[in-house]
Design a protein around this ligand. Structure first.
Ligand SMILES: [Zn+2]
Length: 589
């Protein structure tokens, strides 16, 4: 993580007191072993924000935000992690040693070289070697102002023009390589330019620094069509959004953001006056990117090329969004050949705004998209196929209100009883769901007994890390059927082995990259007082047994399949596995 040593981070953590830090932002009221306050991150009338001094963590049951002292400062002060570390270091009088500065210097050298590269590409665009690049810009109808504003450039069709321009000594080669601009071959014997004969679009971070480039092909035989810088210290694709810096004030003002796939789409919309636009740097939007956007606005317009591979992944990522409910809508073009750029150039911004007004919420879109052209009433096999598809999606919808709304819509479209559908999709009756109070969905009865058991085991291990040893041979990640819990278990078990068998909740929290996971963990820690109904060891065995039984069921299915294919060798092999597994289950007790 980052470039500040973990030792230093631990030192700062040990010297700060989360209660006094958070106490300087909100009024904390003591309540048993913890403190309560009105949440600083969402509007509320009754306090659901908790600080647990013992564990040095906080968690809000209203909005789900939670973490350690570093994540609090990041959130409250809008800082990146390294800046939050510095902020706290100065508060508790820890000095960040020289070599950290050295690393800072290295990073800032990368910024300098990335910026120089951008200027170099800009200049190259003016030369005669870039005639075809300028012709392409004309074809896309980008104005001179736009080209200048986005610092669009051209990378010459040669293996070493950037190297010749920027690298003066060994050190320069190293920095250029670390910045993702050049690559070495024959183990550092020689280097070559990464971007050749491409239209170059610099990618800027939120501070306006060039951190990477996107290069579009100019000659059809070149591959790939879009080439992004590889990930570097300064460039994390999952967190980066093209044009975010410019768009953010408008995103906040309009309370909405338009998300497109390509930088040229974003630039084109911007030029025509639609400025609350960002581009993702891959096909699917990441959980981190949604998190960043959801902090700044409520409505997300997804304006992707029709039916891309990323569309479903995107819908899923949005469904799982936990911290702030977002209203995600899909902007669809009537003409499947259209993309945002072609549309806006032909139809203009007013018609584009009409498209936004008609954008459908993601679930309606998905249903309509899958049922288009099918005769009504839908035939049973069609319905079954659709239900199968929604089965993957609906249980992942985090908000219970959104979930029941979606179920209502699907049941209407499929002309099905909503109770039957709900049971089919989630394995639960709708009646249960109605008892869930809004805002309480983080501790809702969505947790069935099995998930609760998995949570109990994790809570117990958090409380008594020494018990890790007694279950290590028995309990593996696969025993956790809930993916979030599985990842948390993996992080805990890694942390426990890496840190001399102690387990500091705050450290596990900082090791989790995904804010949704961190929120789930802080929720677990905050509710530690819940005692398992059954003894810990029974709980663990129960989990393991369930997992084995699930495997048994799968093997049984394979056996039936092998039998029907008269593959008796396979049947024999699987039967052996079955016996072994049954023995393992017997051995548990
Ligand atoms: Zn909150």
């Amino acid at each position: 993580m980052g470039f500040i040593s973990t030792d230093l981070i631990s030192q700062i953590r040990e010297q700060t007191d989360i209660t006094s830090i958070i106490g300087s932002y909100v009024r904390l009221v003591s309540s048993g072993n913890s403190y309560k306050a009105l949440c600083p991150f969402h509007k509320e009338k009754t306090a659901s924000f908790h600080v647990i001094p013992d564990k040095q963590i906080y968690h809000c049951f209203g909005c789900g935000k939670g973490g350690d002292v570093f994540s609090f400062i990041m959130e409250a002060e809008h800082l990146a992690f390294p800046e939050a570390v510095k902020f706290l270091a100065s508060k508790c009088g820890v000095t960040i040693p020289e070599n950290q500065d050295h690393q800072d210097t290295r990073k800032s050298q990368q910024y300098v070289f990335l910026d120089r590269a951008a200027s170099f590409f800009q200049n190259c665009l003016k030369e005669s070697q870039a005639n075809h690049a300028r012709a392409y810009i004309d074809k896309r109808a980008l104005s001179d102002d736009t080209v200048k504003k986005f610092r669009i450039g051209y990378s010459p069709n040669s293996w070493d023009s950037l190297i010749k321009h920027l690298a003066k000594n060994e050190e320069d080669f190293k920095i250029l390589e670390e910045s993702g601009l050049i690559k070495s071959k024959n183990e550092g014997e020689s280097y070559y330019d990464v971007f050749r004969n491409r239209l170059m679009i610099p990618i800027l971070d939120i501070h306006g620094r060039v951190v990477a480039f996107g290069g579009r092909v100019l000659s059809e035989e070149d591959e790939p069509k879009y080439l992004n810088s590889s990930e570097t210290e300064t460039f994390n694709k999952r967190r980066m959004l093209f044009n975010l810096r410019e768009a953010i004030p408008l995103i906040r003002r309009q309370n909405s953001v338009i998300i497109v796939e390509g930088y040229l789409d974003a630039i084109s919309l911007w030029q025509s006056g639609i400025k609350n636009v960002v581009a993702t740097l891959g096909t699917a939007i990441s959980a981190e990117q949604i998190h960043i956007l959801a902090r700044n606005c409520e409505v997300l317009y997804l304006c992707y090329d029709a039916d891309t591979a990323g569309q479903r992944a995107t819908i899923r990522a949005i469904s799982m969004q936990k911290d702030a409910p977002v209203n995600a809508r899909i902007v669809a073009f009537d003409n499947p050949e259209d993309d945002p750029d072609t549309f806006i150039r032909r139809e203009g911004p007013e018609n584009f705004k009409k498209l936004l007004d008609n954008a459908k919420d993601i679930y309606t879109f998905l249903i309509e998209n899958r049922t288009r052209g099918l005769s009504s009433p839908l035939e049973i096999p069609v319905k079954e196929k659709l239900i199968q598809e929604f089965k993957e999606l609906v249980p992942a919808i985090h908000s219970s209100i959104a979930r029941s709304e979606v179920i209502r819509k699907i049941s209407k479209l499929l002309d099905m009883d909503s109770n039957v559908l709900e049971k089919e999709l989630t394995g639960k009756e709708q009646i249960q769901e109605k008892a869930v109070k809004p805002g309480k969905n983080l501790i809702s009865p969505r947790l069935n007994a099995e998930i609760q058991r998995q949570e109990w085991v994790l809570k117990h291990l958090l409380e008594k890390p020494n018990r890790f040893e007694s279950v290590r041979s028995l309990l593996g990640p696969s025993a956790f059927s809930d993916t979030d819990l599985r990842k948390i278990f993996e992080a805990m078990s890694f942390q426990q082995q890496a840190s001399d068998y102690s387990l500091r909740p705050a450290e596990i929290l900082s090791s989790l990259d995904d804010p949704a996971l961190a929120s789930r963990l802080s929720e677990l820690i905050t509710t530690l007082e819940d005692r398992p109904d059954e003894p810990f060891m029974d709980c663990v065995k129960g989990l393991v047994k369930n997992h084995f039984e699930f495997e048994l069921k799968e093997i049984q299915e394979e056996i039936s399949k092998a039998e029907s294919q008269e593959d008796y060798l396979m049947v024999a092999r699987l039967s052996q596995q079955q016996i072994d597994l049954k023995r393992k289950i017997d051995m548990l007790y």
